[in-house]
Design a protein around this ligand. Structure first.
Ligand SMILES: [Ca+2]
Length: 272
């Protein structure tokens, strides 16, 4: 019996070793694909450049102002950093913002990916607004000096809003229409194969103070976003700082890219 146990033990050890080796072998055979070979364009204001990564992302080709630069990955404490062989060209991306330095001059700074959610089209107050790097300016009527300015405010929440497994983004935009009002809108951008698709804006209020944007923790809520903000009571003037905490629960309807308002505690309210 003892011999049989030893024999079985050896068979198991050999089998584990064989499969472990095979496992390692198959991992090594697969190329490490970290980035697509398609160029990625970064934009800020009227400046833009594109970068194409090699298959395993150890090299990158930057195209800027009609010139091409070949860079190699460099060690970086944070973000991705690529440097040319002679050190004269540096590309650095950190937290979604990229910069390009050529011969000691920062030629592009604070650039974001073109086709990202800061470049999507949103429906604000019934009008289509195409953001470019988080900003849009249009005339109230053609030739008018009064401008409608829509801009990315922030407070983004990266989460899957439509349940397809890809992260989308919920955040806040502001719009000024020439008067003293600053209107805050809750918007979403769906992450699709064709890029980000912007939603309809939900008006949170005029000159409110946005707080956190979170995934609702209510057990009955699925993909519901809670926008928190401070507002004024009806009898307070606009000069009073907003101090009343409010929350709105919104769920994106992907079919028409509109927000649906979700009752914060439907169960409690219906149990009267
Ligand atoms: Ca999604």
């Amino acid at each position: 019996m003892k011999n049989i146990n030893v024999f079985i033990g050896i068979v198991i050890i050999v089998a584990i070793g064989y499969f472990a080796f095979r496992g390692n072998g198959s991992v090594r055979e697969d190329p490490v694909v970290m980035n697509t070979p398609d160029p990625i364009t970064f934009v800020t204001g009227d400046q833009e450049f594109s970068i194409t990564y090699s298959e395993n992302a150890d090299r990158a080709m930057v195209e800027y102002s009609g010139m091409e630069y070949e860079l190699e990955v460099a060690r970086s404490a944070s973000g991705a950093r690529y440097v040319s062989a002679d050190g004269s060209v540096v590309f650095w991306e950190h937290q979604g913002e990229a910069m390009l330095e050529i011969e000691g001059v920062m030629v592009v700074e604070g650039a974001t990916v073109k086709g990202g959610y800061k470049d999507a089209t949103y429906q604000i107050n019934g009008e289509s607004v195409q953001l470019i790097n988080g900003y849009s300016e249009s005339e109230v009527v053609p030739g008018s000096a009064t401008k409608i300015v829509t801009r990315y405010f922030g407070n983004e929440l990266v989460t899957d809003l439509d349940g397809d497994g890809d992260d989308d983004v919920a955040f806040i935009l502001t719009q000024e229409t020439g008067g003293s009002g600053v209107f805050y809108y809750a918007v979403a951008a769906r992450n699709t194969d064709e890029g980000y698709v912007g939603s309809d804006g939900y008006l949170l209020g005029d000159r409110i103070a946005p707080q956190s944007v979170e995934v609702s923790s209510h057990p009955r809520h699925v993909n519901v976003v809670m926008f928190n903000y401070a507002d004024r009571s009806r009898d307070e003037s606009m000069s009073t700082p907003p101090s009343i905490g409010k929350s709105v629960y919104l769920k994106l309807v992907p079919e028409d890219m509109q927000w649906a308002i979700v009752e914060p505690d439907f169960e409690g309210e219906s149990a009267l």
